[in-house]
Design a protein around this ligand. Sequence first.
Ligand SMILES: [Zn+2]
Length: 71
Amino acid sequence: MNRPAEPDDPPVAAVIDCIDCGGRCHLVSRPDETGRFWPGEIVIYRCEDCADRWDLVVPGDDGELDPSDIW
Ligand SMILES: [Zn+2]
């Protein structure tokens, strides 16, 4: 997991594993007009098996919008 950080490589996967059932969760959120997701942005996934919704924060160095980084 030592990939170089490519600016054109968004840290948002199109599909993730469902934490509940292990199924496939598809990205529902759309990128902005630049076609990218930004650090601190909330992206939404929906599981195709159990229909659970998962909200994830886009990771990144710029954490000013990430509440978990506030101390
Ligand atoms: Zn699921």
